[in-house]
Design a protein around this ligand. Structure first.
Ligand code: TXA
Ligand code: MG
Length: 335
């Protein structure tokens, strides 16, 4: 049965709608809700049966742990065995916001949430709807991105329905999310802290506060420390190539009669062909991030031969974009 969809104002959500969603969470149900990054699929993090339903709905391997979302720093502290000065400083600087901290878990955190591991990932989301829901249910919410495992994350309610419509109880539709890419995941159990997933909080911002941090291996063939860093992830159904001089590549494919989606940030490059669907991307990382998944979802619906992406600029502020494109692609050319 398709899930219930409730529209909600992204800035001042109706208390009635939020109360309805909180009741679903408290009853052990699954609620998809907006965060400032992407839509999440939330369940009561303290209820192992509810958490198990997340894994089933997504087809997610049980070995991939979930992020726990809370409303206050005080709530985060109840989920960990030890809260450090460093955690406090980071939380005060970046929460609510797109930074996830990995810390030693408290014994009360159910095993399915952490995939049986000794650490728990925590964040306070910066979205009025997410915060209102957390406060109304008075519970921590385990919430991965609201997509089937390995597929593209959802930045709009329609993206959630495409993958999960008949697998969840309720969807709060608050229009497109602002951030567009998932949170930065930072492991605080190592010295120095280690970046496990680049995201909307940049390495530059983190190092300004912490000094040098360790980076996740950029080579997907390296052993993974964070299961979400598996090589194929965040991927559309359509083949995707990331290349420099993408215009040449698109022309070749077009010449072979292929229908091609083309993502480029070079305004001057055009190809006049009905077989090419060009999406012009911003040449600046924050706006590029915000629009990337929506662009890929849109092209993915068209049954194209492939999607060709012009390699975005290099630099630390583009790290998250490169990370997601690398995992979405069958072919990836370094900047
Ligand atoms: O922006 C986001 O982070 C979104 C919104 C909904 O908050 N959530 C999200 O969740 O992207 P998910 O499950 O799609 O990605 C969580 C990432 C995965 O790479 C997972 O392996 C990693 O965080 N993770 C979770 N718990 C961890 C832990 N205890 N240790 C290391 N990595 C962990
Ligand atoms: Mg995900």
């Amino acid at each position: 049965m398709p899930c219930e969809v409730l529209r909600v104002d992204p800035v001042s959500p109706s208390p009635d709608v939020i109360a309805r969603a909180a009741a679903v969470v408290r009853a052990g149900g699954l609620v998809a809700f907006p965060t400032e990054t992407v839509y999440g699929l939330g369940a009561n993090a303290l209820d192992p049966a509810a958490v198990a339903r997340i894994f089933t709905a997504k087809g997610r391997p049980a070995a991939n742990p979930l992020i726990v979302h809370v409303a206050e720093i005080a709530d985060a502290r109840t989920m960990v065995a030890a809260w450090s000065d460093l955690a406090q400083r980071l939380a005060e600087r970046f929460w609510p916001g797109p930074l996830t901290l990995v810390l030693p878990k408290h014994s009360s955190v159910p095993d399915p949430v952490t995939a049986g591991g000794p650490t728990v990932a925590l964040r306070i989301p910066a979205h009025p709807v997410a915060l209102a829901l957390l406060r109304a249910c008075g519970l921590p919410l385990a919430a991965p991105s609201a997509n089937r495992s390995t597929e593209l994350s959802p930045t709009e309610a329609g993206h959630v329905l495409r993958g999960l419509a008949d697998r969840i109880d309720l969807l709060l539709d608050a229009r497109p999310t602002m951030g567009g890419l998932e949170s930065t995941v930072l492991d605080l159990t190592t010295t120095p802290p280690r970046l496990l997933r680049p995201g909307l909080v940049t390495i530059t911002q983190l190092e300004a506060l912490l000094g040098p941090i360790a980076r996740a291996p950029s080579d997907p063939a390296q052993p993974v420390r964070s299961p979400g860093q598996m090589a194929r992830h965040y991927a559309p159904q359509t083949l995707l190539e990331v290349v420099t001089h993408s215009r040449d590549r698109v022309e070749v494919l077009c010449g072979q009669g292929r229908r091609v989606g083309w993502l480029t940030h070079h305004t001057s490059e055009k190809i006049d062909s009905a077989n090419v669907l060009r999406i012009l991307m911003p040449a600046e990382p924050v706006s590029y991030s915000a629009q990337l998944y929506a662009a890929l979802h849109r092209l993915d619906d068209l049954g194209l031969h492939c999607i060709v992406v012009e390699t975005p600029p290099s630099g630390d502020d583009w790290l998250a974009v490169h990370d997601r494109l690398r995992r979405a692609s069958t072919e990836y050319h370094q900047p």
